[in-house]
Design a protein around this ligand. Structure first.
Ligand code: ATP
Ligand code: MN
Length: 479
């Protein structure tokens, strides 16, 4: 007999038929006459209730059917008489494929803290919360590819190992096969990278953008979706040392077209998740409502998770320039009452508290901030006519802060070289990048969306460690 997944069984299509299901026991309860076994196979947040007649099976056959055990069950799918589920299976055979000792299996019925579950990340997929989170993550990843594919973008695999540290500036992980206890040195005592695997110093990439630009100069529209690495020591709820980034790059796009695409993209993937993972998102929303009950009134969410997501997909993002954003901040009650920890003035890099004030207190919706001072942005961003700002854009989301960073790129050779010089990047190191300006360069733009921050936004999870299966953070690379 062919196995049917729980999600499929719960549609009731096979009612009245003998079915085979396999999965893991979530709970078993019962009395002298009957046992109810809730089975989950990860296909949906719902469990399938299996009804096992106590007399038919006997204690011996059911003793290993405990929380966490893997089971294979046959029986008839019937309309359920009980509350809570539309269909259930009346068991004919129950086989325990893998036992889970109730004395030592860590996931028992009681609710566990997210912190505890992080320590047993190898098992946390089996909880309702993480089941929902990672099904949503999967749907979002699929929607990313679907969106760009429908638009005719070419998916590019940019390298993970890179010899250019133009962007990283000290935040990169070295890649080497040197014996670290016995490093080859040059005569002046420096490490001799010529003897290293690649014949030069290499790192894990912080972004696929520079290579993405090369491909955009041939395919017009490309995107990358891959892992990126940052050795920044920021132990926050929104930073990982290894995270996934989506980086579209488009020839013949200016900043406005770039922002329009980013907004359309974000709405598309959220809408896709709302359509395909509604039960998961509802469950995660309920989780937040429960969590909020422990908080003082003024810290509770104004909207439920579903309301927030529906609101975001059906309203325009706000658009302001950096200069306007700074004015808003300086005129804010929070500024006047000295509530900000960091100074606000034209030229500062917006801190997370400022970004959150703008999206959560002032506009109460996602905000696209454009035209930042050139000194706080990367060398490749296009210089505006004012000579002070660049055609940059950050998208800020409620509860998260920066979710997208992007810009129109500097396509004018002389200005680009000038900017590189001023930040100490050697032309020789990026000769291939400069070639795109030399040969058939054109106006172009792109952005990077941090995938985990997007998953946080859609699932409402407060800590980025809870939306990637096995988080890498300072002092932590378990599993
Ligand atoms: P932040 O200021 O929040 O540290 P950033 O300006 O360094 O971010 P970018 O270099 O613009 O980030 O990277 C593009 C996107 O990648 C960001 O908008 C964010 O969504 C995501 N991102 C950046 N750093 C991290 C990180 N350490 N962990 C997870 N996501 C990140
Ligand atoms: Mn950024």
């Amino acid at each position: 007999m062919q196995r049917t997944k729980v999600k499929e069984l719960l549609t009731g299509a096979e009612v009245g038929k003998e079915v085979l299901l396999k999965g893991w026991v979530r709970t078993k309860r019962g009395n002298k006459f009957v046992n109810f076994i809730a089975v989950n196979d990860g296909s949906t947040i719902q469990n399938l209730q299996v009804v096992a007649d106590a007399e038919k099976f006997g204690d011996e056959a059911l003793k290993d059917v405990t929380t966490g055990a893997a089971v294979s069950i046959t029986g008839e799918l019937v309309a359920s008489q009980g509350k809570g589920q539309a269909f259930e299976v009346i068991a004919n055979t129950i086989e325990v494929l893998g036992k889970a000792d109730p004395e030592t299996y860590p996931l028992q019925k009681k609710a566990h803290s997210l912190e505890f579950l992080r320590e047993i990340a190898h098992l946390r997929f089996r909880t309702n919360t993480f089941g929902a989170v990672f099904r949503v993550r999967n749907t979002l990843a699929f929607a990313v590819h679907k969106f760009f594919n429908e638009k005719g973008f070419v998916y590019m695999h940019t390298p993970i190992i890179t010899a250019s540290d133009a962007e990283g500036a000290g935040e990169m992980f070295h890649v080497t096969n040197f014996d670290l206890d016995n490093l080859p040195r040059t005569e002046d005592g420096k490490i001799n990278y010529e003897e290293d695997f690649f014949g030069k110093a290499t790192n894990l990439t912080v972004s696929g953008q520079l290579e993405g630009e090369l491909a955009a100069m041939a395919f017009s529209d490309i995107y990358t979706f891959g892992p990126t690495f940052r050795a920044e020591n920021s132990n926050t709820a929104r930073h990982l040392a290894e995270f996934w980034m989506i980086e579209p790059e488009m020839a013949f796009y200016d900043l406005k077209m770039n922002a329009d695409l980013a907004e359309e993209f974000i709405k598309y993937i959220i809408r896709y998740a709302l359509e395909h993972n509604r039960e998961d998102i509802e469950f995660l929303g309920q989780r937040l409502v429960e969590e909020d009950k422990a908080k003082p009134q003024n810290e509770r969410q104004e909207m439920t998770l579903l309301e927030k997501l529906e609101f975001v997909v059906s309203n325009n993002f706000e658009r302001v320039t950096y200069t306007e954003a700074v004015e808003i901040l300086m005129n804010s009650p929070a500024y006047k009452k000295k509530k900000f920890q960091y100074e606000v003035s034209w030229g500062i890099d917006l801190q997370s508290e400022h970004e959150r004030y703008l999206v959560e207190k002032h506009f109460k919706k996602p905000v696209i901030v454009t035209d930042y001072p050139k000194d706080i942005k990367a060398f490749y961003m296009r210089l505006n006519d004012d000579g002070k700002t660049v055609a940059a854009m950050d998208i800020l989301a409620p509860g998260i802060g920066e979710i997208v960073g992007g810009s129109q790129r500097e396509e004018r050779m002389e200005i680009l070289v000038e900017r590189m010089k001023s930040v100490g990047i050697h032309e020789e190191d990026l000769w291939w990048y400069l070639d795109t300006r030399r040969f058939g360069g054109c106006p172009h733009a792109g952005f990077g969306l941090g995938f985990e921050r997007m998953v946080q936004f859609v699932t409402g999870m407060g800590n980025i460690r809870d939306v990637i299966p096995f988080p890498r953070t300072p002092k932590n690379a378990e599993f």
